[in-house]
Ligand binder design. Sequence first.
Ligand SMILES: [Zn+2]
Length: 93
Amino acid sequence: MPDVVQNTRVVDGQLYTLIGLEPYVRRDGRLTSLAVWRSPCATCGAPFEVRIPASSNRFIPNRRCQKHKQPGRRVNKSHAARTPLAKPANPRS
Ligand SMILES: [Zn+2]
């Protein structure tokens, strides 16, 4: 079980605070956990929560609350550039 040492992160000046872990069953049936981070929306400043796989080395969270996020548009373009042939945007993210 990975220990979460770091409980705050800053992405382009936006602060994310780790508030907990949630169990999560992946599509392949394996149990993992999601780290739940809270951050102020880049647009309105309202706190919102994002869930990132705890095992993931990448930290590419949403930058905006549910109200202001733009489905299908990712803030991080370098990630998309490294992915061969864009996959359809994950409607749940
Ligand atoms: Zn907002």
